[in-house]
Write a protein that binds this ligand. Structure first.
Ligand SMILES: *Cc1c(COP(=O)(O)O)cnc(C)c1O
Length: 405
């Protein structure tokens, strides 16, 4: 089927290309030594992870341990308050550990286990990826080192406690802005030294090939389930699909189920406090092409061409770039990218909590806010939003900063 003149039938199999490129974006810009490590993982992915045994294991784990499939919920009261458009959410908040990230962590850790690795290494921002990976490591009996900026450690104390209880080693990163970007650098450095015994489990559709592809494929269960469930519930496809974009994994998981359909797709970035550099993390809207953390994509740069400081009320969205596939889907016009600021996000956080009994993650609240905005613009139809996670981790911070509304 053609959408905007573009052929998507075989899209997931033909993207990325053999070298890990989505058009001009992606690739593996790393040292020769790391290139060998990436080649080993790519090779393992295309052999081990495509075997019926691996796929069978992963399916069983998703059902018995993660609690999948997660449901799709119709937001009747919220929809009614906005007009005639019907809003639905895919409930990744109900995935074990409370967010979509466990989907790729269980896949990556299972691959590590099959490859005979002893340890998993990762960075974390909001702490959600750290918790998800620590959970996977505990499940499979792997060691786990999680790198995390000091600022995020303070902001996300409950998630730090969860990681420690799960047996992970939380390594504090004290340089720079002490947030996600520095944590990525530190985790990458550690991996360079340990790659023979360890595997780096990146937290999103980022990093050198094969990670953007692998993480997307492990997350695609979100979109595949949601499409089937939505069809069963309503007999038709949604008119629009919405997801928030930090690195872009929950969005790519959701989108990959609908790329081939006549459905409008929206990726939502955080506008934070406003348009000035340093006040937001909307890389696809304001960024330019560049290479960081081993891949080519669109990124926010400072005057020296280095990754710029970024801000969002959502720790999980404050990353100065986005996955290469998002840059590609933006350029070819298949996905539209828009922004939502902190204020509109907090409003959506409270509306969803009050009207539906679902406390969303502050990251996911960006997608909910845009869905609500879109619902007011459309006359009729339906919008399916990826509710990437639950908001328990954000409650104390939101009450302290914004008060009860
Ligand atoms: C980490 C996180 C995000 C952002 O990550 P993506 O890779 O862009 O999906 C969004 N929502 C929640 C709940 C998260 O924990």
């Amino acid at each position: 089927m053609k959408h905007n003149g573009y052929e998507f039938d075989n899209y997931l199999k033909s993207h990325p290309d053999m070298n890990g490129f989505f058009g001009r974006y992606g690739g593996a810009y790393v040292s020769d030594e790391l290139k060998r490590a990436m080649a080993e993982i790519t090779e393992a992915y295309f052999t081990i992870a495509k075997s019926s045994k691996f796929i069978g294991d992963l399916r069983r784990i998703r059902k018995e341990f993660q609690g999948r499939p997660t449901p799709v919920s119709h937001l009747e009261r919220l929809s009614g308050s906005l007009g005639n458009v019907q809003l639905y959410v895919k409930r990744e908040d109900l995935n074990h550990t409370g967010a979509h990230k466990l989907n790729h962590c269980m896949g990556e850790a299972l691959l590590a286990k099959y490859m005979g690795k002893k340890k998993v290494i990762a960075e974390t921002g909001a702490g959600q990826h750290g918790v998800a990976l620590a959970t996977a490591a505990a499940y499979f009996g792997l060691e786990c080192d999680i790198y995390m900026g000091s600022v995020d450690i303070k902001k996300q104390a409950p998630n730090v406690a969860r990681m420690k209880i799960l047996g992970a080693n939380v390594v504090e990163v004290t340089h720079g802005l002490q947030t996600l970007k520095e944590a990525v650098d530190a985790a990458f450095d550690a991996y360079c030294k340990e790659y023979k015994d360890a595997i780096y489990c990146i937290g999103s559709v980022l990093g050198p090939h094969p990670f953007p592809m692998m993480v997307r494929d492990f997350q695609s269960v979100v979109g595949i389930e949601a499409r089937e469930q939505f069809l069963e519930m309503t007999g038709e496809l949604p008119d629009a699909v919405v997801a928030c974009v930090g690195g872009g994994s929950n969005a790519m998981g959701m989108f990959s189920g609908f790329l081939n359909d006549p459905v409008d797709i929206y990726g939502i970035e955080p506008l934070g406090r406003g348009e000035a550099l340093g006040d937001h993390a909307a890389s696809l809207k304001y960024g330019t092409e560049g290479i960081m953390h081993g891949f080519n994509s669109i990124m926010l740069k400072d005057e020296n061409g280095e990754p710029a400081p970024v801000y969002s009320v959502a720790s999980g969205l404050d990353y100065p770039s986005s996955g290469p596939e998002h840059a590609y889907l933006r350029d070819i016009g298949r996905v539209k990218y828009d922004v939502v600021d902190d204020e509109e996000t907090i409003d959506a956080f409270y509306k969803l909590s009050r009207m539906e009994g679902i406390i969303p993650a502050i990251e996911s609240s960006h997608a909910v806010a845009f869905g609500m905005r879109l619902a007011k613009q459309m006359e009729r139809g339906s919008i399916l939003i990826c509710l990437s996670g639950r908001g328990d981790k954000d409650m104390d911070y939101i009450i302290e900063k914004y008060g009860i509304r």
